[in-house]
Design a protein around this ligand. Sequence first.
Ligand SMILES: [Zn+2]
Length: 603
Amino acid sequence: MNKWNFYTTNEIKPEGWLRRQLEIQAEGLSGNLHKIWPDIRDSAWIGGKRDGWERVPYWLDGFIPLAYLLENEEMIGITKKYIDAIIAAQDTDGWICPCKKEERKKYDTWAVQLICKVLKVYYDCSGDERIPDVIYRVMKNYYEMLKSGEITLFGWGKFRWFESFISINFLYEKYGEEWIKDLARIIKNQGFDYATTNYKWIKPSHVWQMNTHIVNMTMMLKSEAVSHSILGEKYTDRAERFRAFLDKYNGTCFEGFTGDEVLSGLDPTKGTELCAVVEQMYSYEEIFAHTGDNKWAERLEVLAFNALPATLSEDMWTHQYVQQVNQIACQKTMIMAPWSTNGPYANNFGLEPNFGCCTANFNQGWPKFALSSFMHNGNTIISAVTVPSVLKTEDVTIRLETDYPFNNKLHYSIDSEKDFDFVVRIPSFAKELKVNGAATETWDLSFSIKSGKTEIEIDFSAEPVLKERPNNLYVMQMGSLLFSVPVAYEKKMREYTRKGVERKFPYCDYQFIPTSSWNYGFADNGFEVDYRSSGKIPFSQDNPPVTIKAKMQKINWGLKFPYKSICRTTPESTEPVAEAEEIDLCPYGCARLRMTEMPLLKK
Ligand SMILES: [Zn+2]
Protein backbone atom coordinates (compact mmCIF):
# COMPACT_ATOMS: atom_id res chain seq x y z
CA MET A 1 0.00 0.00 0.00
CA ASN A 2 1.04 3.52 -0.79
CA LYS A 3 1.14 6.40 1.63
CA TRP A 4 -0.29 9.60 0.21
CA ASN A 5 0.56 13.19 1.08
CA PHE A 6 -1.89 16.06 1.12
CA TYR A 7 -1.55 19.09 -1.07
CA THR A 8 -2.20 22.54 0.37
CA THR A 9 -4.78 25.18 -0.36
CA ASN A 10 -2.23 26.87 -2.65
CA GLU A 11 -2.28 23.85 -4.92
CA ILE A 12 -5.91 22.69 -4.82
CA LYS A 13 -8.88 24.80 -5.81
CA PRO A 14 -12.42 23.45 -5.78
CA GLU A 15 -14.57 23.91 -8.86
CA GLY A 16 -18.12 23.12 -9.99
CA TRP A 17 -20.61 22.05 -7.35
CA LEU A 18 -17.94 21.76 -4.66
CA ARG A 19 -16.94 25.40 -5.11
CA ARG A 20 -20.60 26.46 -4.89
CA GLN A 21 -20.94 24.44 -1.69
CA LEU A 22 -17.89 26.16 -0.16
CA GLU A 23 -19.18 29.57 -1.23
CA ILE A 24 -22.51 28.82 0.46
CA GLN A 25 -20.54 27.88 3.57
CA ALA A 26 -18.54 31.11 3.47
CA GLU A 27 -21.69 33.19 3.05
CA GLY A 28 -23.42 31.23 5.82
CA LEU A 29 -22.56 30.62 9.44
CA SER A 30 -18.88 29.66 8.94
CA GLY A 31 -17.99 32.98 7.35
CA ASN A 32 -19.94 34.98 9.93
CA LEU A 33 -19.54 33.14 13.21
CA HIS A 34 -16.89 35.57 14.47
CA LYS A 35 -19.39 38.43 14.14
CA ILE A 36 -22.36 36.85 15.89
CA TRP A 37 -21.28 34.13 18.31
CA PRO A 38 -19.82 35.36 21.61
CA ASP A 39 -17.62 32.26 22.07
CA ILE A 40 -15.71 33.21 18.92
CA ARG A 41 -16.23 36.99 18.85
CA ASP A 42 -15.30 37.57 22.50
CA SER A 43 -13.15 34.51 23.09
CA ALA A 44 -10.39 34.45 25.71
CA TRP A 45 -8.09 33.30 22.89
CA ILE A 46 -8.17 36.87 21.56
CA GLY A 47 -8.35 38.67 24.90
CA GLY A 48 -12.11 38.44 25.55
CA LYS A 49 -14.00 36.81 28.39
CA ARG A 50 -15.78 33.92 26.62
CA ASP A 51 -14.65 30.35 25.89
CA GLY A 52 -10.88 29.92 26.01
CA TRP A 53 -10.76 26.25 25.19
CA GLU A 54 -11.93 24.29 22.12
CA ARG A 55 -14.30 26.63 20.28
CA VAL A 56 -11.95 29.07 18.59
CA PRO A 57 -9.56 26.28 17.51
CA TYR A 58 -12.50 24.21 16.22
CA TRP A 59 -13.81 27.10 14.14
CA LEU A 60 -10.39 28.10 12.81
CA ASP A 61 -9.72 24.49 11.78
CA GLY A 62 -12.41 24.90 9.10
CA PHE A 63 -12.45 28.66 8.59
CA ILE A 64 -8.74 28.85 7.67
CA PRO A 65 -8.76 26.31 4.80
CA LEU A 66 -12.14 27.68 3.66
CA ALA A 67 -10.69 31.20 3.39
CA TYR A 68 -7.64 30.02 1.45
CA LEU A 69 -9.48 27.58 -0.83
CA LEU A 70 -11.77 30.41 -1.91
CA GLU A 71 -8.90 32.95 -1.95
CA ASN A 72 -11.21 35.25 0.00
CA GLU A 73 -8.99 38.16 1.09
CA GLU A 74 -11.34 39.41 3.77
CA MET A 75 -11.53 35.98 5.41
CA ILE A 76 -7.77 35.51 5.09
CA GLY A 77 -7.36 38.82 6.96
CA ILE A 78 -9.59 37.53 9.76
CA THR A 79 -7.62 34.29 10.11
CA LYS A 80 -4.44 36.37 10.44
CA LYS A 81 -6.04 38.54 13.10
CA TYR A 82 -6.94 35.50 15.20
CA ILE A 83 -3.62 33.72 14.68
CA ASP A 84 -1.65 36.90 15.47
CA ALA A 85 -3.55 37.36 18.74
CA ILE A 86 -3.04 33.71 19.71
CA ILE A 87 0.69 33.86 18.97
CA ALA A 88 1.08 37.20 20.77
CA ALA A 89 -0.37 35.67 23.94
CA GLN A 90 2.10 32.75 23.99
CA ASP A 91 4.03 32.65 27.30
CA THR A 92 7.81 32.79 27.32
CA ASP A 93 7.88 29.11 28.39
CA GLY A 94 5.84 28.10 25.33
CA TRP A 95 2.37 27.63 26.89
CA ILE A 96 -0.21 29.07 24.50
CA CYS A 97 -3.72 28.47 25.88
CA PRO A 98 -5.64 31.24 27.64
CA CYS A 99 -5.35 30.01 31.21
CA LYS A 100 -3.35 31.35 34.15
CA LYS A 101 -0.14 29.60 35.18
CA GLU A 102 -1.63 28.38 38.47
CA GLU A 103 -4.65 26.92 36.63
CA ARG A 104 -2.71 24.82 34.13
CA LYS A 105 -2.93 21.67 36.22
CA LYS A 106 -6.72 21.74 35.97
CA TYR A 107 -6.88 22.86 32.33
CA ASP A 108 -7.90 20.02 29.99
CA THR A 109 -5.02 20.08 27.50
CA TRP A 110 -7.23 18.78 24.68
CA ALA A 111 -7.09 22.46 23.67
CA VAL A 112 -3.26 22.33 23.50
CA GLN A 113 -3.48 19.36 21.12
CA LEU A 114 -6.17 21.06 19.05
CA ILE A 115 -4.55 24.48 18.71
CA CYS A 116 -1.30 22.89 17.51
CA LYS A 117 -3.21 20.98 14.84
CA VAL A 118 -4.86 24.26 13.79
CA LEU A 119 -1.52 26.10 13.71
CA LYS A 120 -0.26 23.43 11.32
CA VAL A 121 -3.33 23.94 9.12
CA TYR A 122 -2.58 27.67 9.13
CA TYR A 123 1.05 27.00 8.24
CA ASP A 124 0.03 24.74 5.33
CA CYS A 125 -2.29 27.44 4.02
CA SER A 126 -0.30 30.60 4.65
CA GLY A 127 3.33 29.45 4.73
CA ASP A 128 3.76 31.85 7.69
CA GLU A 129 7.34 31.16 8.80
CA ARG A 130 6.63 31.99 12.46
CA ILE A 131 4.45 28.92 12.90
CA PRO A 132 6.90 25.96 13.15
CA ASP A 133 8.71 27.66 16.02
CA VAL A 134 5.42 28.49 17.78
CA ILE A 135 4.35 24.82 17.61
CA TYR A 136 7.85 23.73 18.65
CA ARG A 137 7.72 25.84 21.80
CA VAL A 138 4.17 24.77 22.71
CA MET A 139 5.02 21.10 22.34
CA LYS A 140 8.43 21.36 24.07
CA ASN A 141 6.71 22.96 27.05
CA TYR A 142 3.93 20.33 26.92
CA TYR A 143 6.65 17.66 26.90
CA GLU A 144 8.47 19.11 29.90
CA MET A 145 5.28 19.51 31.91
CA LEU A 146 4.07 15.97 31.13
CA LYS A 147 7.49 14.42 31.73
CA SER A 148 7.98 16.11 35.10
CA GLY A 149 4.46 15.23 36.20
CA GLU A 150 3.51 18.89 36.55
CA ILE A 151 0.47 18.05 34.43
CA THR A 152 -1.08 14.77 33.29
CA LEU A 153 -3.57 13.90 30.58
CA PHE A 154 -7.15 13.73 31.80
CA GLY A 155 -10.63 14.38 30.39
CA TRP A 156 -10.87 14.98 26.65
CA GLY A 157 -7.09 15.30 26.32
CA LYS A 158 -6.72 11.74 27.59
CA PHE A 159 -9.45 10.37 25.32
CA ARG A 160 -8.25 12.32 22.24
CA TRP A 161 -4.49 11.95 22.79
CA PHE A 162 -3.87 10.90 19.15
CA GLU A 163 -4.93 14.35 17.90
CA SER A 164 -1.57 15.71 19.12
CA PHE A 165 0.20 13.41 16.64
CA ILE A 166 -0.79 15.65 13.74
CA SER A 167 1.60 18.29 15.08
CA ILE A 168 4.04 15.78 16.63
CA ASN A 169 4.58 14.15 13.21
CA PHE A 170 5.01 17.58 11.66
CA LEU A 171 7.61 18.59 14.26
CA TYR A 172 9.54 15.35 13.96
CA GLU A 173 9.69 15.64 10.19
CA LYS A 174 10.94 19.22 10.47
CA TYR A 175 13.33 19.01 13.43
CA GLY A 176 14.01 15.28 13.92
CA GLU A 177 14.81 15.73 17.62
CA GLU A 178 14.65 12.79 20.02
CA TRP A 179 12.43 14.50 22.64
CA ILE A 180 9.61 14.58 20.08
CA LYS A 181 9.57 10.77 19.97
CA ASP A 182 9.67 10.70 23.76
CA LEU A 183 6.68 13.07 23.87
CA ALA A 184 4.84 10.74 21.48
CA ARG A 185 5.45 7.80 23.83
CA ILE A 186 4.39 9.73 26.93
CA ILE A 187 1.17 10.89 25.30
CA LYS A 188 0.27 7.43 24.04
CA ASN A 189 1.00 5.91 27.47
CA GLN A 190 -1.15 8.46 29.28
CA GLY A 191 -3.84 8.32 26.61
CA PHE A 192 -6.87 6.07 26.77
CA ASP A 193 -6.70 2.65 25.12
CA TYR A 194 -10.11 2.05 23.54
CA ALA A 195 -9.47 -1.68 23.19
CA THR A 196 -9.86 -2.02 26.97
CA THR A 197 -13.54 -1.11 26.99
CA ASN A 198 -14.87 -1.95 23.54
CA TYR A 199 -17.30 -4.51 25.02
CA LYS A 200 -19.26 -1.39 26.06
CA TRP A 201 -20.08 -0.65 22.42
CA ILE A 202 -22.43 -3.62 22.17
CA LYS A 203 -25.37 -2.17 24.07
CA PRO A 204 -26.44 1.47 24.34
CA SER A 205 -25.55 2.72 27.81
CA HIS A 206 -28.03 5.62 27.89
CA VAL A 207 -25.57 7.12 30.36
CA TRP A 208 -23.07 9.77 29.40
CA GLN A 209 -19.52 8.41 29.36
CA MET A 210 -16.26 9.20 27.60
CA ASN A 211 -15.56 5.68 26.34
CA THR A 212 -18.77 5.35 24.33
CA HIS A 213 -18.95 9.02 23.32
CA ILE A 214 -19.74 9.12 19.60
CA VAL A 215 -17.28 11.89 18.76
CA ASN A 216 -14.44 10.10 20.58
CA MET A 217 -15.39 6.91 18.70
CA THR A 218 -15.10 8.52 15.29
CA MET A 219 -11.91 10.38 16.20
CA MET A 220 -10.04 7.44 17.70
CA LEU A 221 -10.37 5.38 14.51
CA LYS A 222 -7.33 7.22 13.14
CA SER A 223 -5.17 6.73 16.25
CA GLU A 224 -3.03 3.89 14.92
CA ALA A 225 -2.67 5.45 11.46
CA VAL A 226 -1.31 8.74 12.79
CA SER A 227 0.84 7.34 15.60
CA HIS A 228 2.33 3.98 14.59
CA SER A 229 5.16 5.29 12.47
CA ILE A 230 6.75 7.70 14.97
CA LEU A 231 6.22 5.16 17.76
CA GLY A 232 7.98 2.49 15.68
CA GLU A 233 4.94 0.20 15.81
CA LYS A 234 3.62 -2.10 13.11
CA TYR A 235 0.38 -1.03 11.41
CA THR A 236 -2.33 -3.63 12.01
CA ASP A 237 -5.46 -1.94 10.56
CA ARG A 238 -6.96 -1.67 14.01
CA ALA A 239 -9.28 0.97 12.57
CA GLU A 240 -10.98 -1.69 10.47
CA ARG A 241 -11.55 -3.98 13.45
CA PHE A 242 -12.90 -1.14 15.57
CA ARG A 243 -15.05 0.17 12.72
CA ALA A 244 -16.54 -3.24 11.97
CA PHE A 245 -17.36 -3.80 15.65
CA LEU A 246 -18.93 -0.36 16.04
CA ASP A 247 -20.85 -0.85 12.80
CA LYS A 248 -22.25 -4.21 13.87
CA TYR A 249 -23.90 -2.74 16.95
CA ASN A 250 -24.34 0.96 16.13
CA GLY A 251 -23.93 1.30 12.35
CA THR A 252 -25.92 3.61 10.12
CA CYS A 253 -26.48 3.31 6.36
CA PHE A 254 -24.26 6.39 5.81
CA GLU A 255 -21.12 4.60 7.11
CA GLY A 256 -21.39 6.38 10.46
CA PHE A 257 -22.64 5.35 13.86
CA THR A 258 -25.56 6.42 16.02
CA GLY A 259 -24.63 8.52 19.02
CA ASP A 260 -26.61 11.08 20.94
CA GLU A 261 -24.06 11.63 22.57
CA VAL A 262 -23.27 8.05 23.51
CA LEU A 263 -23.48 5.07 21.15
CA SER A 264 -27.16 4.34 20.55
CA GLY A 265 -27.64 1.03 18.75
CA LEU A 266 -29.17 0.17 15.37
CA ASP A 267 -32.45 2.09 15.49
CA PRO A 268 -32.72 4.38 12.40
CA THR A 269 -34.55 7.00 14.49
CA LYS A 270 -31.60 7.41 16.85
CA GLY A 271 -29.44 10.40 16.10
CA THR A 272 -25.86 11.02 15.05
CA GLU A 273 -24.10 14.15 16.26
CA LEU A 274 -22.72 16.51 13.60
CA CYS A 275 -19.27 16.64 15.29
CA ALA A 276 -19.10 12.87 14.79
CA VAL A 277 -19.76 13.23 11.04
CA VAL A 278 -16.98 15.76 10.42
CA GLU A 279 -14.54 13.98 12.74
CA GLN A 280 -15.18 10.64 11.07
CA MET A 281 -14.56 12.27 7.70
CA TYR A 282 -11.30 13.73 8.97
CA SER A 283 -10.29 10.35 10.43
CA TYR A 284 -10.90 8.62 7.11
CA GLU A 285 -8.98 11.31 5.22
CA GLU A 286 -6.02 10.76 7.53
CA ILE A 287 -6.26 6.96 7.46
CA PHE A 288 -6.46 6.94 3.67
CA ALA A 289 -3.43 9.26 3.43
CA HIS A 290 -1.41 7.17 5.90
CA THR A 291 -2.32 3.76 4.46
CA GLY A 292 -3.37 4.32 0.84
CA ASP A 293 -6.15 1.81 1.46
CA ASN A 294 -9.01 2.71 -0.90
CA LYS A 295 -11.79 1.45 1.37
CA TRP A 296 -11.34 4.52 3.58
CA ALA A 297 -11.77 6.95 0.69
CA GLU A 298 -14.85 5.06 -0.41
CA ARG A 299 -16.45 5.32 3.03
CA LEU A 300 -15.37 8.95 3.29
CA GLU A 301 -17.43 9.70 0.18
CA VAL A 302 -20.56 8.13 1.65
CA LEU A 303 -20.25 10.27 4.78
CA ALA A 304 -19.49 13.42 2.83
CA PHE A 305 -22.21 13.09 0.18
CA ASN A 306 -24.96 12.01 2.57
CA ALA A 307 -24.54 12.63 6.30
CA LEU A 308 -22.82 16.02 6.03
CA PRO A 309 -25.20 17.92 3.71
CA ALA A 310 -28.30 16.33 5.26
CA THR A 311 -27.65 17.83 8.67
CA LEU A 312 -26.88 21.37 7.44
CA SER A 313 -29.56 23.71 6.13
CA GLU A 314 -29.34 24.54 2.42
CA ASP A 315 -27.99 28.03 3.19
CA MET A 316 -25.56 26.60 5.77
CA TRP A 317 -26.66 29.12 8.38
CA THR A 318 -28.11 26.45 10.65
CA HIS A 319 -27.44 22.83 11.57
CA GLN A 320 -28.77 20.02 13.68
CA TYR A 321 -27.04 18.59 16.69
CA VAL A 322 -28.25 15.10 15.72
CA GLN A 323 -29.60 13.81 12.42
CA GLN A 324 -31.78 10.73 12.03
CA VAL A 325 -31.77 8.31 9.11
CA ASN A 326 -35.56 8.15 9.34
CA GLN A 327 -36.42 11.73 10.20
CA ILE A 328 -40.06 12.62 9.77
CA ALA A 329 -39.93 15.94 11.66
CA CYS A 330 -37.48 18.26 13.37
CA GLN A 331 -39.56 19.43 16.26
CA LYS A 332 -39.17 19.89 19.96
CA THR A 333 -39.97 16.50 21.45
CA MET A 334 -42.59 16.45 24.16
CA ILE A 335 -42.15 14.77 27.54
CA MET A 336 -38.58 13.49 27.94
CA ALA A 337 -36.32 13.67 24.91
CA PRO A 338 -35.95 10.43 22.93
CA TRP A 339 -32.17 10.74 22.92
CA SER A 340 -29.82 9.10 25.39
CA THR A 341 -28.32 12.25 26.78
CA ASN A 342 -29.42 15.15 24.54
CA GLY A 343 -32.18 17.71 25.03
CA PRO A 344 -35.60 18.05 23.32
CA TYR A 345 -34.30 20.42 20.58
CA ALA A 346 -31.36 18.24 19.49
CA ASN A 347 -32.71 17.47 15.98
CA ASN A 348 -33.98 21.02 15.32
CA PHE A 349 -32.00 23.26 12.98
CA GLY A 350 -30.41 26.26 14.64
CA LEU A 351 -27.33 28.11 15.83
CA GLU A 352 -26.61 25.68 18.68
CA PRO A 353 -29.68 23.48 19.03
CA ASN A 354 -28.14 21.36 21.80
CA PHE A 355 -24.50 21.95 22.81
CA GLY A 356 -22.35 24.48 20.94
CA CYS A 357 -19.49 22.15 19.95
CA CYS A 358 -20.92 21.39 16.49
CA THR A 359 -21.45 25.12 15.83
CA ALA A 360 -17.68 25.56 16.02
CA ASN A 361 -16.58 22.17 14.70
CA PHE A 362 -18.75 21.57 11.62
CA ASN A 363 -16.73 24.13 9.65
CA GLN A 364 -13.92 21.68 8.88
CA GLY A 365 -16.16 19.22 6.98
CA TRP A 366 -16.26 20.53 3.39
CA PRO A 367 -12.90 22.38 3.29
CA LYS A 368 -10.89 19.34 4.42
CA PHE A 369 -12.85 17.11 2.10
CA ALA A 370 -11.96 19.45 -0.78
CA LEU A 371 -8.30 19.05 0.19
CA SER A 372 -8.59 15.29 -0.28
CA SER A 373 -9.30 15.53 -4.00
CA PHE A 374 -5.70 15.05 -5.12
CA MET A 375 -2.79 13.58 -3.15
CA HIS A 376 0.78 12.69 -4.05
CA ASN A 377 3.73 10.48 -3.28
CA GLY A 378 7.06 10.93 -5.03
CA ASN A 379 6.39 11.17 -8.75
CA THR A 380 2.83 9.80 -8.45
CA ILE A 381 -0.35 11.84 -8.17
CA ILE A 382 -3.69 10.28 -7.24
CA SER A 383 -7.16 11.60 -7.92
CA ALA A 384 -8.37 10.33 -4.56
CA VAL A 385 -11.85 11.78 -4.19
CA THR A 386 -13.16 12.53 -7.65
CA VAL A 387 -14.90 15.83 -7.00
CA PRO A 388 -14.58 18.81 -9.36
CA SER A 389 -11.33 20.63 -8.65
CA VAL A 390 -8.07 21.76 -10.14
CA LEU A 391 -4.59 20.90 -8.95
CA LYS A 392 -1.81 23.36 -9.77
CA THR A 393 1.72 22.54 -8.70
CA GLU A 394 4.96 24.07 -10.00
CA ASP A 395 5.04 21.81 -13.04
CA VAL A 396 1.67 20.03 -13.25
CA THR A 397 -1.90 21.25 -13.71
CA ILE A 398 -4.76 18.75 -13.55
CA ARG A 399 -8.33 19.90 -13.96
CA LEU A 400 -11.11 17.47 -13.13
CA GLU A 401 -14.44 18.44 -14.65
CA THR A 402 -17.26 16.36 -13.29
CA ASP A 403 -20.61 16.43 -11.54
CA TYR A 404 -19.65 13.32 -9.55
CA PRO A 405 -21.24 11.85 -7.42
CA PHE A 406 -24.40 12.99 -9.22
CA ASN A 407 -23.16 11.38 -12.41
CA ASN A 408 -20.17 9.17 -13.18
CA LYS A 409 -18.25 11.01 -15.90
CA LEU A 410 -14.76 12.28 -15.13
CA HIS A 411 -12.88 14.49 -17.55
CA TYR A 412 -9.22 15.20 -16.75
CA SER A 413 -7.26 17.90 -18.61
CA ILE A 414 -3.59 17.63 -17.77
CA ASP A 415 -0.90 20.15 -18.65
CA SER A 416 2.49 19.02 -17.44
CA GLU A 417 6.11 20.05 -17.77
CA LYS A 418 7.35 16.64 -16.59
CA ASP A 419 6.57 12.93 -16.86
CA PHE A 420 4.69 11.47 -13.90
CA ASP A 421 2.40 8.61 -12.89
CA PHE A 422 -1.25 9.43 -12.46
CA VAL A 423 -3.62 7.17 -10.52
CA VAL A 424 -7.40 7.52 -10.56
CA ARG A 425 -9.19 5.81 -7.69
CA ILE A 426 -12.20 4.04 -9.14
CA PRO A 427 -14.82 3.10 -6.56
CA SER A 428 -15.53 -0.61 -6.13
CA PHE A 429 -19.21 -0.16 -7.05
CA ALA A 430 -18.31 1.07 -10.55
CA LYS A 431 -19.63 -1.00 -13.49
CA GLU A 432 -18.94 -0.79 -17.24
CA LEU A 433 -15.76 1.20 -16.76
CA LYS A 434 -14.51 3.00 -19.86
CA VAL A 435 -11.33 4.98 -20.44
CA ASN A 436 -11.42 7.34 -23.43
CA GLY A 437 -14.42 5.42 -24.74
CA ALA A 438 -12.83 1.97 -24.55
CA ALA A 439 -14.03 -0.64 -22.06
CA THR A 440 -11.40 -1.73 -19.55
CA GLU A 441 -11.08 -4.79 -17.37
CA THR A 442 -8.87 -3.31 -14.69
CA TRP A 443 -10.15 -1.00 -11.96
CA ASP A 444 -6.59 -0.03 -10.95
CA LEU A 445 -6.24 2.89 -13.29
CA SER A 446 -2.71 4.16 -13.58
CA PHE A 447 -1.43 6.35 -16.42
CA SER A 448 2.13 7.24 -17.40
CA ILE A 449 1.72 10.90 -18.25
CA LYS A 450 4.27 12.47 -20.58
CA SER A 451 5.04 16.17 -20.44
CA GLY A 452 2.65 18.21 -22.53
CA LYS A 453 -1.14 18.14 -22.72
CA THR A 454 -3.20 15.02 -22.00
CA GLU A 455 -6.95 14.49 -21.87
CA ILE A 456 -8.47 11.52 -20.09
CA GLU A 457 -12.16 10.71 -20.19
CA ILE A 458 -13.44 8.14 -17.72
CA ASP A 459 -16.96 6.96 -17.27
CA PHE A 460 -18.67 4.14 -15.47
CA SER A 461 -22.12 3.26 -14.30
CA ALA A 462 -23.57 2.67 -10.88
CA GLU A 463 -26.63 0.55 -10.27
CA PRO A 464 -29.36 1.39 -7.82
CA VAL A 465 -29.53 -1.44 -5.29
CA LEU A 466 -31.66 -2.15 -2.27
CA LYS A 467 -29.27 -2.95 0.54
CA GLU A 468 -30.37 -4.90 3.55
CA ARG A 469 -30.24 -3.12 6.90
CA PRO A 470 -30.95 -4.33 10.44
CA ASN A 471 -34.60 -4.54 11.60
CA ASN A 472 -35.70 -6.09 8.25
CA LEU A 473 -35.39 -2.71 6.57
CA TYR A 474 -33.77 -1.74 3.26
CA VAL A 475 -32.00 1.29 1.93
CA MET A 476 -31.68 2.42 -1.69
CA GLN A 477 -28.08 3.09 -2.62
CA MET A 478 -26.54 4.03 -5.95
CA GLY A 479 -22.79 4.46 -5.86
CA SER A 480 -21.91 6.72 -2.95
CA LEU A 481 -25.39 8.19 -2.74
CA LEU A 482 -28.21 6.97 -0.53
CA PHE A 483 -31.76 7.79 -1.55
CA SER A 484 -34.74 8.72 0.61
CA VAL A 485 -38.41 9.50 0.30
CA PRO A 486 -38.27 13.30 0.67
CA VAL A 487 -40.87 14.64 3.09
CA ALA A 488 -42.13 18.16 2.38
CA TYR A 489 -42.10 20.50 5.34
CA GLU A 490 -43.11 23.84 6.72
CA LYS A 491 -40.46 25.86 8.55
CA LYS A 492 -41.35 27.38 11.89
CA MET A 493 -38.92 30.07 12.94
CA ARG A 494 -38.00 30.92 16.54
CA GLU A 495 -35.96 34.03 17.40
CA TYR A 496 -34.75 34.61 20.97
CA THR A 497 -31.74 35.44 23.13
CA ARG A 498 -30.44 33.17 25.87
CA LYS A 499 -27.35 33.60 28.04
CA GLY A 500 -26.23 36.50 25.91
CA VAL A 501 -26.41 34.46 22.68
CA GLU A 502 -28.77 35.90 20.09
CA ARG A 503 -30.72 33.69 17.68
CA LYS A 504 -31.89 35.92 14.92
CA PHE A 505 -32.70 35.33 11.25
CA PRO A 506 -30.88 33.80 9.36
CA TYR A 507 -29.27 32.04 12.35
CA CYS A 508 -32.43 31.53 14.38
CA ASP A 509 -33.87 28.16 15.36
CA TYR A 510 -36.17 26.29 12.99
CA GLN A 511 -38.60 23.47 13.47
CA PHE A 512 -39.41 21.47 10.32
CA ILE A 513 -43.00 20.24 10.40
CA PRO A 514 -43.92 17.56 7.84
CA THR A 515 -46.60 18.39 5.26
CA SER A 516 -46.47 15.24 3.12
CA SER A 517 -46.73 11.51 3.78
CA TRP A 518 -43.77 9.52 5.03
CA ASN A 519 -45.28 6.12 5.87
CA TYR A 520 -43.95 4.09 2.92
CA GLY A 521 -42.41 0.77 2.06
CA PHE A 522 -40.70 -0.32 -1.20
CA ALA A 523 -43.43 -1.94 -3.36
CA ASP A 524 -40.90 -3.75 -5.57
CA ASN A 525 -37.30 -3.47 -6.61
CA GLY A 526 -37.59 -1.93 -10.09
CA PHE A 527 -36.17 1.57 -10.36
CA GLU A 528 -35.56 4.27 -12.93
CA VAL A 529 -32.69 6.74 -12.58
CA ASP A 530 -33.10 10.34 -13.73
CA TYR A 531 -29.77 12.17 -13.97
CA ARG A 532 -30.20 15.92 -13.95
CA SER A 533 -27.31 18.12 -12.91
CA SER A 534 -26.35 19.92 -9.75
CA GLY A 535 -27.84 23.38 -9.42
CA LYS A 536 -26.95 26.51 -7.49
CA ILE A 537 -27.54 24.66 -4.25
CA PRO A 538 -25.98 21.23 -4.84
CA PHE A 539 -27.93 19.47 -2.07
CA SER A 540 -31.31 21.06 -2.67
CA GLN A 541 -34.50 19.25 -1.71
CA ASP A 542 -36.57 21.14 -4.34
CA ASN A 543 -34.03 20.68 -7.11
CA PRO A 544 -32.09 17.45 -6.48
CA PRO A 545 -29.30 16.71 -8.98
CA VAL A 546 -30.41 13.11 -9.47
CA THR A 547 -33.53 11.17 -8.55
CA ILE A 548 -34.69 7.57 -8.67
CA LYS A 549 -38.28 6.78 -9.53
CA ALA A 550 -39.51 3.98 -7.31
CA LYS A 551 -42.81 2.23 -6.69
CA MET A 552 -43.71 2.90 -3.08
CA GLN A 553 -46.72 1.89 -1.08
CA LYS A 554 -48.21 3.33 2.08
CA ILE A 555 -48.27 1.16 5.17
CA ASN A 556 -49.35 1.59 8.74
CA TRP A 557 -45.98 2.64 10.10
CA GLY A 558 -46.95 4.40 13.32
CA LEU A 559 -45.29 6.77 15.76
CA LYS A 560 -42.88 5.86 18.51
CA PHE A 561 -44.74 6.16 21.79
CA PRO A 562 -45.05 8.75 23.36
CA TYR A 563 -43.66 11.05 20.62
CA LYS A 564 -45.57 12.89 17.91
CA SER A 565 -42.56 13.67 15.74
CA ILE A 566 -40.65 10.38 15.69
CA CYS A 567 -41.68 7.28 13.77
CA ARG A 568 -41.40 3.77 15.14
CA THR A 569 -38.13 1.89 14.64
CA THR A 570 -39.97 -0.63 12.45
CA PRO A 571 -43.49 -0.30 11.02
CA GLU A 572 -46.43 -1.55 12.96
CA SER A 573 -47.53 -3.51 9.88
CA THR A 574 -46.12 -4.10 6.40
CA GLU A 575 -49.58 -4.66 4.85
CA PRO A 576 -50.12 -2.00 2.16
CA VAL A 577 -53.01 0.33 2.92
CA ALA A 578 -53.13 1.98 -0.53
CA GLU A 579 -52.27 1.35 -4.18
CA ALA A 580 -48.61 1.61 -5.15
CA GLU A 581 -47.50 5.07 -6.31
CA GLU A 582 -44.42 6.33 -8.13
CA ILE A 583 -42.20 8.52 -6.00
CA ASP A 584 -39.01 10.35 -6.94
CA LEU A 585 -36.53 9.34 -4.29
CA CYS A 586 -33.92 12.04 -3.80
CA PRO A 587 -30.39 11.92 -2.42
CA TYR A 588 -30.33 11.56 1.37
CA GLY A 589 -28.15 14.69 1.55
CA CYS A 590 -30.88 16.74 -0.16
CA ALA A 591 -33.77 15.58 2.04
CA ARG A 592 -33.94 17.49 5.32
CA LEU A 593 -36.99 15.42 6.24
CA ARG A 594 -36.90 11.87 4.91
CA MET A 595 -37.59 8.19 5.20
CA THR A 596 -34.53 6.17 4.24
CA GLU A 597 -34.70 2.71 5.77
CA MET A 598 -37.99 1.07 4.85
CA PRO A 599 -39.37 -2.46 4.46
CA LEU A 600 -39.53 -4.27 1.11
CA LEU A 601 -43.19 -5.19 0.85
CA LYS A 602 -42.97 -7.81 -1.95
CA LYS A 603 -39.84 -9.89 -1.78
ZN1 LIG B 1 -20.80 18.56 18.49
